[in-house]
Design a protein around this ligand. Structure first.
Ligand SMILES: Cc1cc2nc3c(=O)[nH]c(=O)nc-3n(C[C@H](O)[C@H](O)[C@H](O)COP(=O)(O)OP(=O)(O)OC[C@H]3O[C@@H](n4cnc5c(N)ncnc54)[C@H](O)[C@@H]3O)c2cc1C
Length: 461
């Protein structure tokens, strides 16, 4: 909460530069803009709805003049507290900057405003024969600006990459009020430093983006879904390594561990064989002439010692039924534990078996149920610690266990976040991954972009 006279002078100036209906100041109106999916809540003092780059420039200029914190907000589905305005101040909502500016099929480029919903973009470009690869599970609700800012992705990342590999350029206003026009409109380019990819994944701490130039990928004609069940985690991991070592990369390679299988069995209608110790959901895509070859190569690689069964969907209905097994997991988890600590760590693919083995030992040592599943092709595993938040003793054990999980991941040459980012939740673990001098360099970069520290304060560092 800001000092009252300063705040009211600030608001008057904001109202002078923005449209009449673009500034909210009533507490009840601002409150819904105070939280994200971390369930933390700090109400902002003001919410604004810019519709142009110039509006954003005016807002940032005033925030610098009055030293008021400012936070860009897509649809606040971030899970880490990244979208919580911890110092109050201004929330810039991108709800009204949601236009698809152009779709250029010849050059495979779309230019969009950051507030466009991921699914709306996919629907619009599908008509032109394209998709934009980043596919977080939240795609029906989250914005492309949020995706770029958190470098968010989903199953398709294994073949098609994350926003960093699928953005060409951007327009933004830096924390100091400067205009940034970064990147290119071409598929190659190497002039100057790559500010596009520096701002991508920076969780709104360096600049507020106003326009994004995205690289589009042609839609594939065919896809096939495979469900492969293994007796042990080791054989499933062996299959992952073998699949990734051959040239036909699947467009999804998802892994579910024994605890997750047990959960699906107990809390959903889905039937899985008794011997199932781990499961892979694999999807391949391609054109009509190549899909069968791709499928058979991936099946060949998936057939390692310890395979229990392998099923290929023959129809779209069967494919959806196979994916339902994976999707049954989230509701099943909710039935078992009122809350979970959901981490999104990454290890090199060949280290997945060691990771799962050590996680099982930690689970026993701290008496915390751990369920693992996720994007095995990238080594990006969602490690879920199932907890009861009302049990303080259990929470204490879970925190200690989590601490050890991060040490384990870093010891296996991994990283503490593959897609959710740092926000507030993982701040204290960042120095464990990033060496002091590198961290200092990052803080200097932040100070150049945002010398007054007004942009999304209290995040990452
Ligand atoms: C049910 C559910 C499923 C999810 N599944 C996935 C998943 O599969 N993969 C995954 O990676 N994530 C997932 N997430 C997390 C979340 O959806 C993603 O991080 C998403 O990209 C956030 O988009 P958003 O529009 O909600 O962004 P917000 O939460 O509004 O913002 C996220 C960050 O981006 C910044 N930001 C937003 N717009 C701008 C802008 N214009 N300029 C500068 N900074 C900006 C914000 O300041 C904040 O730091 C999931 C979340 C939920 C609730």
């Amino acid at each position: 909460m800001q000092n009252e006279p300063i705040l009211s002078s600030f608001i008057s100036k904001l109202q002078a530069v923005l449209p009449a209906d673009a500034v909210l100041t009533e507490e009840a109106d601002c409150l819904p803009y105070g939280c994200d999916n971390s369930r933390r809540m700090v109400a902002p003092d003001v919410v604004v709805f810019p519709i142009t780059h110039q509006h954003i420039k005016e807002i940032i200029a005033l925030c610098n003049q009055f030293k008021i914190a400012v936070l860009a907000r897509g649809r606040a589905t971030a899970t880490t507290g990244a979208t919580v305005p911890v110092q109050g101040g201004v929330v810039i909502s991108f709800e009204r900057m949601n236009r698809i500016i152009s779709i250029d099929s010849d050059n495979r480029v779309a230019v969009v405003e950051p507030g466009v919903i991921n699914q709306d973009l996919q629907d619009a470009i599908k008509e032109h024969g394209f998709f934009w690869p980043p596919d977080p599970t939240s795609s029906a609700y989250c914005t492309v600006g949020g995706n770029v800012s958190c470098n968010s992705a989903g199953p398709r990342a294994v073949k098609y990459g994350t926003p960093r590999e699928n953005i060409l350029g951007l327009k933004a206003v830096a924390g100091d009020g400067s205009d940034i026009n970064a990147g290119v409109y071409t598929s190659k380019g190497v002039v100057g430093y790559d500010l596009t990819r520096l701002i991508t994944g920076s969780e709104g701490t360096l600049a507020v983006m106003s326009e994004l130039t995205l690289k589009l990928t042609p839609l594939q004609e065919e896809d096939r879904v495979i469900k492969a069940i293994y007796a042990t985690m080791e054989s499933a991991a062996q299959a992952v390594a073998q699949i990734m070592a051959q040239p036909e990369i699947p467009c999804a390679l998802e892994f579910i561990d024994a605890n997750a299988i047990e959960m699906i069995r107990s809390y959903s209608e889905v039937e899985l064989p008794h011997e199932a110790g781990a499961m892979l959901m694999i999807e391949v895509d391609g054109d009509q002439t190549t899909i069968d070859k791709t499928l058979s190569k991936v099946i060949e690689a998936a057939k390692v010692e310890g395979i229990v069964s392998l099923e290929v969907a023959q129809t779209q209905d069967q494919a959806q039924a196979l994916w339902r097994v994976r999707k049954a997991l989230s509701p099943a988890l909710k039935k078992v534990a009122p809350k979970k600590i959901n981490e999104d760590i990454v290890v090199p693919v060949s280290n997945i078996p060691e990771l799962i083995h050590q996680l099982n030992l930690l689970s026993e040592q701290y008496q915390i149920k751990i369920v693992n599943f996720g994007h095995a092709g990238n080594g990006n595993i969602h490690v879920n610690l199932l907890i009861n938040p009302d049990d303080s003793e259990e929470m204490e054990r879970a925190e200690k266990c989590l601490d050890r999980v991060f040490d384990l991941v870093l010891g296996l040459k991994g990283t503490i976040s593959g897609e959710h980012g740092i926000g507030i939740e993982k701040k204290k673990f960042v120095p464990r991954e990033i060496k002091p001098q590198t961290l200092e360099m990052m803080k200097k970069v932040k100070a150049i972009f945002d010398p007054n520290g007004i942009l999304n304060p209290g995040k990452i560092f």
